[in-house]
Design a protein around this ligand. Structure first.
Ligand code: MG
Length: 387
């Protein structure tokens, strides 16, 4: 039987690659729902191609345009976040791929979990902000959460067939575009330099997070919740070739690794087809061509975001949520040319420091923390605008 797929955030980098995966395997997948924030033209094009049951354009101003374009194609068109949270519960949907950017992914993910849908998780911020709540809700409803993030897909693949807990997770990092720049040089890097990732083609938020290495901090927290590991059991190692996507170490000292050329379609497809493997035309790894793989510790002085993330998850409660919000606002401000690259982690740290601690946050505490952190970050940004 074909699996019904909902793609939340279909016009982004993960979303477009997910559509590519689904259209290559029409015997396996039928796309039932597409949602986008504001890219009406691409959403229309995608809907005409894959013929979903419904689409949602979150930006209300774009609704008329999308509705007009799709009315003759038999695709229902909706707008607003509420439409997404109710449509993910539809009977024909089996798997919800959450590929929206940032904290906005939390609400629809929770709605899909409550409806018992399988989650193909591409929105790491959901677990960073509310990992404990999301994981326990998923347990309650029986929703499997299959990671799409390449590192977590690697760990998930390494754990197949294993029983019991692993001893350690080794999370690999490319090191991003600024691996070999000095702290001094980082002060003057441009937006375009930060957006030029050496190995991966990704959306702008995650690419900037890779440049600050906050992405690895977020992924460490994501791994903590997905695989029930303590932060001290998750080690980050820089591996600039990005062929080993992560490793798992077991109690006998054995280590398994998952490798491939960097291509996000692989983890996307694995999550949608799990536990099956389907064919995919990735470039195959030629080991002799590489000759060597390199590994080293990340430079925490140059990339303070890693330490900020470890401290945030150690404090726990609502602190990772505040950290995530501070980082989202700081990254956006950098992309808009308001703050320099080297200020991103400083703003994030300041937001964390200014957050009122809640040890066991409810969902409404999480939403309140996110809102307060964003307001606080906006205050901090005024200092930059005034200059
Ligand atoms: Mg990743």
């Amino acid at each position: 039987m074909r699996r019904g797929i909902a793609i939340l955030g279909s016009t982004g980098s993960i979303g477009t690659q997910a559509i590519d995966v689904c259209t290559r395997h029409p015997e396996q997948f039928s796309v039932e729902l597409l949602t986008a924030k504001q890219n009406a033209d691409l959403l229309i094009e995608q809907a005409i191609k894959v013929q979903p049951n419904a689409v949602v354009i979150t930006d209300e101003d774009k609704y008329d345009k999308v509705n007009k374009a799709l009315s003759s194609h038999g695709v229902k068109v909706f707008t607003g976040m509420d439409s997404i949270t109710s449509l993910v519960k539809s009977e024909e949907i089996d798997i919800v791929l959450t590929a929206m950017v940032g904290f906005s992914g939390l609400e629809p993910t929770i709605a899909a979990i409550k409806a018992g849908k399988a989650i193909a998780l591409a929105n790491k911020e959901t677990l960073v902000a509310a990992g404990e709540l999301v994981v326990s809700l998923a347990k309650e409803s029986g929703s499997p959460i299959i990671p799409v993030d390449s590192e977590h897909s690697a760990i998930f693949q390494c754990l197949q067939g294993e029983r019991g807990r692993a001893e350690k997770i080794i999370l690999t990092a490319s090191g991003g575009p600024f691996l070999n720049k000095s702290i001094q040089e980082l002060k003057s890097v441009t937006i375009n330099e930060a957006l030029s990732h050496p190995n991966w083609k990704m959306g702008s938020k995650v690419t900037i997070d890779s440049a600050t290495m906050m992405n690895k901090g977020l992924e460490m927290i994501e791994a903590r919740w997905l695989f029930n590991m303590k932060p001290s059991e998750i080690e980050i190692v820089v591996h600039p070739q990005s062929i080993i996507h992560s490793m798992v170490q077991f109690w006998d000292g054995s280590i398994t690794a998952q490798m491939s050329t960097p291509d996000m379609r692989l983890p996307i497809q694995y999550a949608l087809a799990y536990p099956n493997r389907l064919s995919l035309d990735t470039k195959r790894v030629n080991f002799a061509e590489f000759g060597r793989f390199d590994f080293f510790d990340p430079d925490r002085e140059k990339f303070p975001s890693i330490t900020i993330a470890y401290e945030a998850i150690s404090k726990g409660g609502n602190i990772p949520c505040a950290m995530n919000a501070g980082n989202e606002i700081a990254v956006e401000a950098f992309l808009n040319g308001i703050v320099p690259f080297a200020s991103i982690h400083k703003i994030t740290q300041e937001v964390v420091n200014g957050t009122k601690f809640v040890a066991v946050p409810t969902l409404s505490d999480i939403f309140n923390t996110d809102r307060a952190a964003r307001e606080f970050a906006a205050e901090i940004l005024k200092k930059f605008k005034a200059k």
